[in-house]
Design a protein around this ligand. Structure first.
Ligand code: ADP
Ligand code: MG
Length: 508
């Protein structure tokens, strides 16, 4: 009856070398306060801003990836307000004409039953970040760090299309992934590089929209989802008990898992926006408008930027399914963890071109599919664990994709058991030696040949009459014990499946 209506405002700091309007460094990891500052970002009188072209290009890239239209003519405006984190007394922003507008992002259905869902994007504009204030609890003053003042910041606003916290989470995570793929932003919420504000209301019983509440100061994607679900419940309970929703800004207490009132929404701010007189307007060839005559020069081409755009996460998902036939879980892992997926692709290309497959007279897709899946399992579990343990990218470990593929093929052909493979991997990781060399040195070849195993199995049968009796009397589990004894007899080198086959044959 009360349907949730939810929209987001997402800020993200751009990954550029320098700030938006000067050549001070944009270094999110600078620990010393007020190092990356200059007269321009400090707003000294007489200084003039200069547009950072790389920042504009990144926002256009982000917009294209999110199916936005790109403005043909746009300009910066001054948003005036007084606060100590703002050296100039105004923020250079965009108001009337955002760089990107009318886009959307389709949330893909996920395995845990969530449906696909289209979220419309109202606009993405470019502005500059403010400084950081530190309010000291026991002091009657605050400190300010201007390293962040003037850092390029994009603001994305969505239509109120979300229905619940899960959709907000999926949207925010996909945004992060897209922006990281494009190197537009690192979008790390803990570092404040990405900030989400959620707007939530419930529809009135007649279907019209209700009063909205805005929640700020959310430090992770999960908290954004939690905040949404909490706020829906809070508003519903108020409405059901006949109370009204106050229009206000609320904060999120991640420990109590509650939103709390911060301030009631005063009358709309009057920011006295006006065009920034110190910056030229911007013209972009967007492929739709006819070539401009006169006016400012065209410095950007949306089509050129589009043609240079790298593969996007969703394109990668579809390609991994098409090219390697992997299941959804593996594909998602290789999309979210790009270095791991890149490593897998290396291994896969080795596998598909390996001479060792030459016994296959013609390529057997079923066989290839199983081989790729085996490789995927080993990359996702073993390689990932080892790389993570030293905080390295898989590509930076001593195990080359060629050698990794070599090992996978040996496991596939039962030349080495899966427990033997663990030993080999550990050794490869430590030394960078090839699996062939390690298997030989450590005497790890798995014996799968029936003739070579017959005598060991016969000995196990003679040595363990009780288990043999039990098995013959119908106790199926005894076979596991006998297989285990045969593994011990062969010092772990026997292929357990082959041993089980021989045992069953002999005990028939
Ligand atoms: P404001 O001027 O208060 O900032 P905007 O119109 O700019 O409001 O919208 C800000 C965000 O709030 C957008 O993401 C928009 O989708 C969302 N929003 C607008 N109206 C509602 C509503 N009634 N309920 C929930 N979200 C809303
Ligand atoms: Mg707003």
């Amino acid at each position: 009856m009360y349907k949730p209506v939810i929209g987001l405002e997402v800020h993200a700091e751009l990954k550029t070398k320098t700030k938006m309007f000067c050549d001070s460094l944009n270094d999110p990891d600078e620990k010393h306060p007020n190092i990356n500052v200059c007269p321009i970002c400090m707003g000294h009188p007489g200084t003039l801003p200069v547009i950072n072209m790389a920042a504009i290009e990144k926002v256009i890239t982000a917009g294209l990836a999110l199916n936005c239209k790109i403005a043909e003519d746009t300009f910066f405006e001054r948003k005036n307000y007084f606060y100590p984190d703002l050296p100039k007394g105004y923020q250079i922003s965009q108001y009337q004409k955002p760089l990107c507008y009318e886009g959307y992002l389709n949330l893909q259905p996920t395995t845990n039953n969530s449906q696909s869902k289209k979220i419309r994007i109202t606009r993405i504009h470019l502005e500059e970040d403010a400084g950081r204030l530190y309010h000291l609890p026991d002091k009657n003053y605050s400190l300010v760090d201007y390293n962040r003042a003037g850092v390029p910041l994009m603001e994305l606003v969505t239509e109120p299309d979300f229905e619940n916290g899960d959709q907000v989470k999926r949207f925010a995570e996909e945004l992060q992934l897209i922006w990281r793929y494009l190197e537009v932003s690192d979008a790390n919420m803990e570092k404040g590089q990405m900030r989400i504000e959620v707007n939530i209301s419930l529809t009135n019983p007649d279907g019209s929209w209700g009063t909205k509440v805005e929640i700020k100061n959310i430090n992770s994607v999960k908290f954004a989802a939690d905040a949404v679900d909490y706020e829906i419940k809070r508003q519903r309970e108020l409405l059901e008990s006949g109370e009204k929703i106050k229009q206000e800004t609320r904060g999120w207490d991640e420990f109590k898992k509650q939103s709390f009132s911060q301030r009631s929404k005063e009358e709309a701010h009057d920011y006295r926006y006006f065009p920034e007189p110190d910056l030229p307007p911007i013209r972009i060839a967007n492929g739709r408008a006819s070539p401009a005559t006169g006016g400012p020069p065209t410095l950007f081409s949306a089509e050129k930027i589009r043609s240079e755009m790298p593969e996007l996460p969703q394109q990668r998902r579809e390609r991994f399914v098409r090219q390697y036939g992997l299941p959804g879980h593996d594909v998602e892992m290789f999309t979210v963890n790009k270095p791991l997926g890149d490593y897998f692709e290396h291994v896969a290309s080795e596998l598909l071109s390996f001479d060792r497959l030459d016994h296959l007279k013609k390529p057997d897709p079923e066989h290839q599919g199983r081989l790729l899946k085996l490789a995927s399992n080993y990359v996702i579990t073993e390689l990932k664990r080892m790389a993570d343990s030293v905080g390295a990218d898989p590509a930076d470990t001593k195990i080359s994709p060629e050698m990794f593929a070599d090992l996978v093929v040996r496991v596939f052909h039962s030349e080495v058991s899966s427990s033997g493979a663990q030993t080999v991997l550990k050794e490869m990781f430590a030394t960078g030696f090839s699996p062939g060399q390690i298997i030989k040195e450590k005497n790890l070849e798995q014996v799968s040949n029936v003739e070579d195993l017959n005598s060991a199995v016969a000995k196990v049968i003679t040595d363990n009459p009780k288990a043999v009796e039990d098995f013959k009397a119908g106790k199926e589990a005894s076979i596991r014990f006998l297989v285990g004894m045969a593994m011990r007899e062969t010092k772990g080198k026997a292929n357990p499946q082959v041993v089980e086959g021989i045992l069953k044959g002999m005990l028939k």
